[in-house]
Write a protein of this length. Structure first.
Length: 484
């Protein structure tokens, strides 16, 4: 880049040589250059990792070193809550970074929700990723993946989506003015309108498949391969590099202390995989004294991880997980025609592409897996909203899962627990309104078919006549302050 100092150019050169891609299968372990687009190993078909030779990189000596970047908000790389930590994802030169100011998110202590979960005061924290530009955690990964796409000269980008990925993809194409063209695959009736509206409003070409997310995922990979389109789903290893930074921000907000638990919704398992990778690398660099435990929460209607990890005991085993058990389970799904079905549309996925990387995270972080019903998800969602941070249904799976683990005694009341809220409340307003509505027909239409039978924490509108005395009386009867 013109004007770069010799030392900066040399740093970029050394970083490029010390960063590479590698097959996750230890029996293969094929390596590829950082400037190649690899969404699966061409030799054995396994997942691809982004790997760093930390001995050849200027890694930080202390996580506190990152705090100085807060004083440089006019530098886009310091303003971004992803690229502020670029020394921990050092695959890209600064002049190739694509950012829209992502990652300026909030970790909030939530005692009201903590009481619902069963934790002592000050012990539950909610990491709210709904504050990202597109309204979900996906922006953390998109900025890294778009940066890699720019590095290799890609112009068309594609994804399959239940909603949030497509919204983020469309934002980065439309807001950056770098010539990227978005192609989005969605399943029939499998996307919340709040998310679909974003993709359409931001100008993405949207292809609707007669099928579910798993069908759309299969097709987008075929299309990307045939047409040479850059794939933006979390099978793209650079997506996970960006999503690692959610954990860096959690640690930063906690004064660089490590919590006892990280609880995250399941779905395609990109977040859980990224979080595990973050802690593996931080521990390797000696930047943290210990790692937190990881809990991954499935919706009962999309329970692949719970079934394979919990019931069939598929484990990481140093990268040699028993793939025959996975194949057998998927064969059973195909034979029975079972499709994922949950009100938490963002995690309505039967074939999570990052399953194996999630196994690694669970192994390293002494993890657990649980599933929760849609009833538990919607009740937890109402509690999160009443506590001040609204979220979409999938986000609330983390809170419902923490409550389940607390009831089981796996989580202690004194443990410090961070639940990840992955998406904004307005991503799926239909579910929210149905839960709180007095309209039973609407409740049954939206939630009843998902097994939600009641709304214990509903905040229903009070219907009154257009009469001043009746309005005043209703306010008097329903507005008494509640005890803290």
């Amino acid at each position: 880049m013109p004007g770069q100092s010799t030392s900066t150019t040399e740093t970029h050169r050394r970083a490029a040589e010390a960063a590479f891609q590698q097959c996750l299968n230890p029996a293969c372990a094929a390596t590829f250059a950082i400037d190649e687009a690899r969404f699966g190993c061409p030799r054995c078909g396994d997942l691809i990792d982004v790997v760093y030779d930390w001995d050849r990189l200027p890694a930080p000596k202390s996580l506190r070193d990152f705090e100085a970047k807060w004083s440089r908000p006019l530098d886009p790389l310091c303003f971004s809550g992803v690229w502020r930590f670029r020394e921990l994802l050092p695959f890209a030169p600064a002049d190739k970074v694509v950012t829209v100011g992502e990652g300026r998110t909030l970790l909030q202590t939530a005692d009201k929700v903590g009481r619902y979960v069963g934790l002592d005061a000050g012990r539950l924290m909610l990491q709210y990723e709904g504050m990202n530009p597109s309204g979900s955690f996906k922006d953390n990964g998109m900025t890294a993946a778009f940066t890699h796409a720019r590095m290799i000269g890609a112009s068309r980008v594609a994804c399959a989506s239940t909603g949030n990925t497509s919204a983020a993809l469309a934002v980065y194409c439309s807001a950056t003015d770098l010539g990227f063209r978005a192609v989005i695959f969605v399943g029939s009736g499998k996307i919340a309108y709040g998310k679909l509206s974003q993709a359409l409003d931001h100008g993405a070409l949207t292809i609707q498949i007669r099928g579910d997310f798993d069908d759309a995922m299969r097709r987008v990979r075929e299309v990307a391969d045939r047409l040479g389109i850059y794939l933006m789903n979390s099978v793209n290893p650079f997506r996970l590099e960006g999503q690692k930074t959610i954990m860096y921000r959690v640690l930063e907000a906690m004064g660089w202390e490590v919590p006892d638990w990280i609880v995250v919704p399941g779905g395609n398992l990109g977040n859980s995989s990224a979080f595990g990778k973050a802690f593996i690398e931080l521990a390797h660099l000696g930047l943290i004294p210990r790692v937190p435990r990881l809990a991954v929460i499935n919706a009962a209607g999309a329970r692949t991880l719970h079934e394979l990890y919990g019931s069939r005991e598929v484990r990481w085993r140093d990268g040699l997980a028993d793939s025959s058990k996975v194949d057998a389970y998927y064969g059973e799904l195909d034979a029975s025609g079972v499709k994922a079905s949950t009100i938490a549309s963002a995690i309505e996925i039967n074939r999570p592409v990052n399953f194996k990387k999630c196994l690694r995270a669970l192994h390293f972080c002494d993890g657990v897996v649980r599933e929760v019903s849609d009833q538990e998800i919607m009740d937890a969602k109402a509690q999160v909203g009443a506590g001040g941070l609204g979220c979409e249904p999938a986000s609330a799976a983390s809170v419902a899962g923490a409550r389940r683990l607390r009831e089981e005694g796996v989580i202690a009341p004194s443990d410090r627990v961070v639940c990840i809220l992955t998406g904004h409340q307005l991503k799926d307003p239909t579910a929210t309104v149905a839960y709180h509505s007095a309209d039973r027909e609407n409740f049954e239409k939206v939630l009843g078919s998902r097994g939600v039978s009641h709304a214990e924490f509903a905040n229903r509108p009070v219907v009154v006549a257009d009469d001043l005395d009746e309005i005043v009386d209703a306010i008097a009867r329903h507005s008494e302050p509640t005890a803290p």
